[in-house]
Design a protein around this ligand. Structure first.
Ligand code: ATP
Length: 537
């Protein structure tokens, strides 16, 4: 029995590594000749930087660590893209690291998630366990040693505990008492957008923002961008500014109520060209089912194959979507157990398959057709007709055949919980979570706020995605759902009070002080030995 289990564990482990290491095994690129650079990575042409953006660029050029903040659409990320390009030209590709807490935000910067950069993973370890982890991962250690610049976008979603561990690791690995061990940090975000995932202690929910402890020590300068580039209508910009601060005047309220009435009286028909944003996964899933059902195209169903303790070959029959949803979602699943696709379906990747072709977690596209599997992968258990979907991705223009992948979870201490799930790495994407849309712009959006769930900054994050008032559709809106976190409001209050002082501070040029560290394997081995000696004392 033990042997059988061990054999199974090894085969799952190998499979896992195959899937993780060879992105190309589960996706076949059909057309990528016309890869357009994603709209947001595009080469800046005819750009006129705002005065504040110019100021940021000036400080960055002088080697200063900068915090860039400002409302949605003020060009924070756009500016970061330019900064990253500029710094890579000065320091070289391998010394500038672009990161963000989510895959899609990191992808926009052509970087990696902050967790993956750090080498600390997702555990909530203490500082010393984190350091041990980084020291045992030569690549992660090299990144920390090599870094001349670390860029972090969407800092509002990073919690204080993680942020403080990063600061500490940087100092330890680089053996320096300077902030971030001498790395130039460029951090960006708006604390009045979505907060970090709240913690719960004794039934009490609290949010720990990255700014909470010794924030000012991280930066030479902090700058707020105020010119909105995403929206141009004055009325809309004023509404967004008010919602950002969690308040609305009678005019704002009237405008939103008008929008809501207009959306309710508009044709009840679902519009596949619209993006539907919700605070809860369940609403997004229901909307996806409704839209896919309403399309006249022939449907193709994909099940999943689960292996491991308690579930062998479970196959879901398509049923009432509400019923499906009542089932506990699998802990390790990529997405729902049943996926229904058809030509024209809007889909999103839930796994990074091929970074060079921009097929990353969160990339969206349209199903353009299906292809019979010619034996290149095992699809029979998931789809008896052996059809593989062909997806044309929005941002890259790549057309690819998507093949199923297997995700495994292995608890080394409790081998009994070993399990795996094989399915297509896709979900339908008309309905989306507001959390997953931060940083995006859309022309037509329906913001559905009918559920009771409503996080701080959520209405603001959702409404600020749309470029014009005309493109905004609304349901379930209530004024009480417009909330800004009081601590974030306090932060900006203090921020503005200190702005004048900051403007007068002259910070010395730091470019010549750049301390580039050595990164040889022998240095790494020496660091581990030194750490062991330190711990054993
Ligand atoms: N100087 C500029 N000139 C022209 N367009 C700009 C400029 N700065 C930003 N933009 C445009 O403004 C839009 C919003 O920019 P961006 O997404 O960077 O804003 P953001 O502050 O990061 O928003 P969010 O907080 O919602 O992510 C983008 O379409 C971008 O191309």
């Amino acid at each position: 029995m033990g042997r059988k289990f061990l054999g199974y564990a090894i085969s799952l482990y190998r499979n896992y590594h195959k899937v993780r290491s060879k992105g190309g095994t589960n996706v076949e690129i059909l057309t990528n000749k016309n890869i357009n650079k994603p709209e947001f990575v595009g080469e800046p042409r005819n750009i006129r930087w705002s005065e504040e953006q110019e100021k940021v660029l000036d400080h960055v050029r002088r080697g200063h660590s900068v915090f860039i903040t400002g409302g949605a659409g003020t060009g924070k990320t756009f500016l970061l893209e330019h900064i990253i390009k500029m710094l890579k030209e000065s320091y070289g590709e391998s010394r500038v690291f672009a990161t963000a807490p989510t895959h899609i935000a990191a992808f926009r910067l052509g970087g990696q998630t902050l967790h993956s950069f750090s080498g600390m993973g997702f555990s909530n370890d203490n500082y010393h366990d984190d350091l041990k982890k980084v020291l045992h991962d030569e690549e992660a250690w090299r990144r920390w040693r090599m870094a001349a610049v670390l860029v972090i976008d969407e800092i509002n979603m990073v919690d204080w505990y993680f942020f403080s561990r990063l600061q500490w690791i940087a100092k330890e690995i680089r053996q320096s008492d300077e902030a971030w061990g001498g790395i130039q940090v460029i951090v960006s975000g708006d604390f009045l957008l979505l907060p970090p995932i709240p913690k719960e202690v004794l039934g009490f929910r609290f949010y720990d923002f990255a700014f909470e402890v010794r924030w000012d020590e991280n930066f030479d300068i902090q700058i707020e961008l105020t010119k909105n580039f995403r929206q141009s209508e004055e009325r809309f910009i004023k509404l967004l500014e008010n919602i950002r601060r969690g308040k609305m005047d009678s005019e704002d309220l009237h405008l939103l109520e008008q929008k809501q009435t207009a959306s309710a009286s508009a044709s009840a028909e679902l519009d596949p060209s619209m993006v539907y944003l919700y605070p809860r996964v369940r609403d997004a899933v229901d909307m996806n089912w409704e839209i896919v059902d309403s399309l006249p195209e022939e449907k193709v169903e994909y099940g999943c194959r689960k292996r491991g303790k308690g579930h062998y070959h479970i196959k879901e029959k398509r049923g009432n979507p509400k019923y499906l949803w009542k089932k506990k979602p699998s802990r390790l699943g990529l997405s729902d157990d049943l996926l229904v696709l058809c030509k024209g379906a809007r889909v999103m990747l839930v796994e990074t398959l091929d970074v060079s072709n921009q097929l990353v977690n969160g990339a969206t596209g349209i199903v353009t057709g299906f292809m019979k599997n010619d034996g290149r992968c095992h699809i029979d258990e998931l789809n008896p007709d052996k059809l593989l979907p062909i997806v044309k991705f929005d941002s890259s223009g790549v057309e690819a055949v998507i093949q199923p992948i297997t995700k495994c979870m292995m608890h080394q201490k409790k081998v009994k919980t070993l399990s795996s799930k094989r399915q297509l790495p896709l979900t339908l994407a008309w309905g989306r979570l507001i959390h997953k849309c931060q940083g995006m712009s859309f022309d037509r959006v329906h913001v559905g706020l009918t559920s009771r769930v409503c996080e701080y900054g959520m209405v603001y994050a959702a409404i600020s995605r749309v470029t014009t008032l005309d493109g905004l559709h609304l349901s379930g809106f209530q004024p009480s759902k417009v909330k800004a976190h009081p601590e974030a409001l306090d932060f900006y209050e203090r921020f503005r009070q200190h702005q004048l002082e900051r403007d007068t501070v002259v910070v010395a040029d730091k470019t010549k002080q750049m301390n580039l560290l050595s990164v040889s394997t022998s240095d790494w081995e020496k660091a581990i030995v030194e750490y062991r000696q330190k711990v054993s004392k």
